[in-house]
Write a protein that binds this ligand. Structure first.
Ligand SMILES: [Zn+2]
Length: 275
């Protein structure tokens, strides 16, 4: 798979759930809270983490909309771990043979503080993401953190320089199962990803509420793609190749540079100031 992409960081993009600047009003997009179906049992039997749904009954789930300043109902609504899409998007995905999801028609209700309460809520579909790829664990934490083999929750090890955040997120392309919608396989996270195919479709069909950025930290302008422009990919490609050059087969990372400076006694600038 490696040669199919210009760079591993151009294979999969982080779905921001916010919008391209063309739809600035989507800034007021409703927030989402999702409850999976009644049979959902929470809690990992191995590490005891209570926040992990071990049974994911997407078909029996319910969705609640929040936000006291929502102005309209966008095509795409995102929250950590979940993606809700309009009928239009569902049809676009099917027509374009996008892979890596199952769409479930779910009841959507307004929360108590929802600004558009009283307006009819259009039909929405909850996407169960089935695409998978693994992160490069060596570049993520050099195997120093604790990773639960069952629920894949990662915890920092005391004394290690690898803490929450501040880590390289590079995909292992050979682990990709071919999905266009994706979640991390080996390390649990609420992050949702997609391929360029989905981004191109979002642009072509003018979806509201959809945005993407480079998955690892350190790209200029936060690595956000500007989907207004036909050359958005070329623009992002230039930034990725500049910020993360591949030298002797290894991806160079601005984060590693910062870490090295820290080890040399230069103060850790947090949040890192490179953007
Ligand atoms: Zn666990």
């Amino acid at each position: 798979m490696r040669n199919a992409f210009d760079h591993p960081l151009l294979a999969f993009f982080y779905i921001t759930g916010d919008t391209n600047p063309d739809h600035a009003e989507t800034h007021y997009s409703p927030r989402l809270s999702v409850s999976l179906g009644g049979e959902t049992k929470r809690g990992c039997p191995v590490c005891g983490n209570p926040n992990i749904p071990m049974v994911s009954d997407f078909s029996g789930s319910r969705v609640n909309l929040g936000s006291s300043d929502a102005k309209f109902f966008p095509d795409v609504l995102g929250s950590p771990g979940y993606l809700l899409v309009s009928v239009q998007v569902k049809n676009d995905l099917k027509e374009a043979s996008v892979q890596g999801y199952r769409a479930h028609r779910v009841p959507v209700s307004p929360g108590f503080d929802f600004a558009l309460k009283g307006q009819p809520i259009p039909p929405y579909y909850l996407l169960e993401i089935t695409g998978r790829f693994d992160l490069d664990r060596r570049r993520f934490d050099n195997f120093e953190g604790q990773l639960c083999p069952k629920c894949h929750i990662w915890l920092p090890t005391k004394g290690s320089k690898f803490r929450y955040g501040e880590k390289n997120l590079f995909p292992l392309l050979e682990s990709w199962n071919g999905g266009d919608f994706l979640v991390q396989g080996n390390i649990h996270s609420g992050a949702l990803y997609c391929t360029k195919k989905v981004a191109d479709l979002a642009r072509a069909k003018n979806w509201t509420g959809f945005g993407i950025k480079v998955m690892s930290w350190g790209c200029p302008e936060g690595g956000r793609a500007d989907l207004r422009f036909p050359d958005w990919y070329e623009d992002l490609r230039r930034k990725v190749l500049e910020a993360f050059p591949i030298i002797n087969g290894e991806i160079h990372s601005p984060l590693d540079e910062l870490r090295k400076r820290k080890e040399e006694g230069i103060a850790w600038p947090y949040p890192p100031p490179l953007e």
